[in-house]
Write a protein that binds this ligand. Structure first.
Ligand SMILES: [Fe+2]
Ligand SMILES: [Fe+2]
Length: 292
């Protein structure tokens, strides 16, 4: 009988799991402090030269569509707002830590990040369609970018269990998530959720990561969860990168109702907006040195 991989096995190894980069931790601490202001945020970002250079590259990329060149983080914060710059800096610091380009047993890190970026931009589109506030859009983006982070953790820290899933997928097909349930027990969604709470990321991010394959009967942060679930499937239909499977059977159609979008909306999203936004966001891939 093959050994299963359960929450307790994961928790036993919790000390060896990656901590967030120091700069990301400082950003989260600052964001959790109600007294902090835009100045504190730019001071933290500017203290890390490589991070601030990357933030400025993204701010000046097509993704934000700002007409005049922004030359300082402080100015960027004024133009785009506190939450946007906070999420952007946090995403960049996290990507920096986990972005590699290797391939194991058919699983490509580059394709993985393209898939993640695809879900990120689609989440941002869905946030807009469902009337979320401007400053919430970026949290949707982050939820998409990090939704499958549990796979990276599996790959790097529980490699045997990771390979077992890939082999099962290779032989039987289906989704990564169902293969995990079959051979391991614990899924990348749960692993990602555990990690995100250990990192003290915002509650809505933890929920979106943890429940992106099980959106039914949720009562909190439902739009974050529904959007991430739906975006994951839409990105697979578009073929932006690959998160390890192209299985479309797992769609829970109730999410469309939760998001309150129409069939016509979906047609425009898939037919026009996703391509445009994905194109505009290609600077994120270049920052990770992934060919877009
Ligand atoms: Fe997933
Ligand atoms: Fe995914």
């Amino acid at each position: 009988m093959m050994e299963r991989f359960e929450v307790r096995d994961f928790l036993k190894n919790v000390e060896k799991l990656p901590t967030l980069p120091g700069i990301a931790m400082r950003i989260i601490e600052m964001a959790n402090n109600p007294k902090s202001a835009a100045d504190d945020l730019s001071r933290i970002i500017v203290s890390d030269q490589s991070l601030s250079a990357k933030v400025l590259r993204l701010v000046n990329s097509a993704y934000y569509g700002i007409r005049n060149r922004v030359s300082s983080v402080k100015q960027a914060t004024v133009i785009l707002g506190f939450n946007t710059i906070k999420s952007l800096a946090l995403s960049t610091a996290i990507m920096d830590k986990f972005a590699t380009t290797g391939v194991v047993e058919g699983f490509s890190r580059g394709e993985f990040w393209k898939h993640s970026l695809g879900v990120a931009i689609t989440n941002r589109i869905l946030a807009r369609k469902t009337g979320m506030r401007k400053d919430e859009e970026e949290t949707f983006f982050m939820a998409g970018l990090l939704h499958d982070i549990g796979k990276v953790i599996l790959d790097q820290y529980f490699h045997e269990e990771f390979v077992r899933v890939l082999q099962h997928l290779n032989t039987y097909g289906g989704s990564f998530h169902s293969a995990e349930k079959e051979v391991n027990g614990l899924t990348h969604a749960e692993i990602g959720g555990l990690l995100a709470s250990q990192w003290q990321l915002p509650e809505e991010l933890i929920a979106a990561i943890r429940f992106h394959h099980a959106p039914q009967n949720r009562t909190e942060h439902v739009k974050y969860i529904a959007a991430t679930h739906f975006a994951d499937i839409l990105v697979k239909t578009k073929g932006f990168g690959s998160g390890g499977d192209q299985d479309l059977s797992g769609l829970d159609e109730s999410v469309v109702g939760t998001l309150g979008i129409s069939e016509a909306d979906v047609a425009v999203i898939v037919g026009v907006e996703m391509d445009r936004e994905y194109q505009n966001a290609s600077e994120f891939l270049r920052l990770m040195e992934i060919e877009s």
